[in-house]
Design a protein around this ligand. Structure first.
Ligand code: GLY
Length: 352
């Protein structure tokens, strides 16, 4: 098992290992006295792992209650968020108790926001069961629900107390969901880790799972340490996301997050080249690695259909939007574009 400390304003540890789910209770018991642990999960993950996690916590003296909702991005809404809060209040959960987020990004983001807001904040633990959440959303304290106007528009920065990642659980994902995580891993490679990018060129990633996860999280740790509240360097993690989120929304979430980010990375690399920002053609190697893992590289929608969504991106700051642009493979930069000039900036997408 490997571990990594996240140096946010409240530091916490991430543990990464194979077949470690049974030991979660012991790890939690090192940090919390026996109390009520509210597991928040979805129906698919509950079928696979709920009993194991529940038993592991109960063996250490925790009393376990569970809230499960339907799997998928459509569940990440204010209605289900409200239902979870009412459930916890009905069970009289206190600030001395804790929440366990068991699942992928939807579960983690929503359980995290519940933890941030219930009683103005109770502790929570992330137990990611998807590649995507293991290397991104379970770490760094971004919690959220979607609004009708867009993804993650209501939320809070609220760090977990512990992240427990049993990467054996990633094996029960469908290939498509696993590939969502690959796209995010490619993002880390393009951002600042050429060796990781090289490792991702391999077709079979299982042999290298632990080092791949560690490399991604090491970079995330550095950016969170530098800029926990996402005002500067951490925004680099949005490579491919401004276009990706808009494409994801345009598809009504039938194009999943990682797939949309894959398309977003290719498009912004093409724009960066056409606008003379990048020092090399980054799109070609990005396309090569994405195709190796059967990820999409083209948007099914013309740019003008999702331009307004981009203009309303939550990362908009006054009149400008920060795009993350690749300069080389392993080096990206923030590039602010005035909203009024955005159409011209993104024009190369229409031409490609
Ligand atoms: N998922 C991007 C971030 O945590 O900042």
């Amino acid at each position: 098992m490997r571990s990594l400390t996240i140096h946010a304003h409240t530091p916490y540890n991430i543990y990464i290992g194979n077949h470690i789910l049974n030991d979660l209770g012991k790890a939690v018991a090192k940090e919390f006295s026996p109390c009520t642990a509210a597991i928040i999960t979805d129906d698919i993950v509950a079928n696979l792992y709920l009993d194991k996690v529940k038993n592991s916590l109960e063996r250490q003296g925790f009393q376990v209650i569970t809230f499960s909702f339907p799997n998928g991005e459509h569940s990440k809404n204010l209605t289900i968020y409200g239902e979870i809060l009412e459930f916890l209040a009905g069970k009289q959960l206190t600030r001395g108790d804790l929440i366990v987020a068991l699942g992928g990004g939807v579960v983690g983001d929503m359980a995290g926001f519940v933890a941030a807001s219930y009683l103005r904040g109770i502790p929570y633990i992330q137990v990611p069961t998807t590649f995507l959440s293991a290397i991104d959303s379970s770490v760094g304290g971004k919690t959220a629900v979607n609004l009708k106007a867009g993804k993650n528009l209501a939320g809070a920065f609220y760090q977990p107390s512990l992240v427990w990642c049993d990467y054996e659980t990633l094996k029960t994902q469908t290939y498509d969901r696993f590939a969502d995580g690959i796209a995010e891993a490619v993002k880390y490679g393009v951002l600042g880790d050429k060796e990781l990018f090289r490792m991702l060129r391999e077709e079979d990633l299982w042999e290298q799972m632990e080092p791949i996860i560690l490399r991604c999280l090491t970079m995330k740790e550095r950016l969170v340490r530098e800029d926990e509240f996402d005002r500067g360097a951490r925004q680099l993690l949005n490579l491919g996301h401004t276009l990706g989120h808009a494409i994801e929304k345009e598809s009504d979430f039938t194009i999943t997050h990682g797939h949309a980010v894959a398309i977003g990375m290719v498009l912004i690399a093409k724009v960066a080249k056409a606008q003379g920002i990048s020092e090399m053609d980054c799109a070609a190697p990005i396309i090569e690695v994405l195709q190796k893992h059967h990820l999409p590289i083209e948007s099914p929608y013309p740019i003008d259909t999702y331009l307004d969504t981009i203009k309303n991106d939550k990362k908009r700051n006054g009149d400008s939007i920060q795009f993350v642009v690749p300069k080389t493979i392993g080096h990206c930069a923030l590039h602010a574009v005035d909203v009024n000039k955005m159409e011209a900036f993104l024009q190369p997408i229409g031409e490609s």
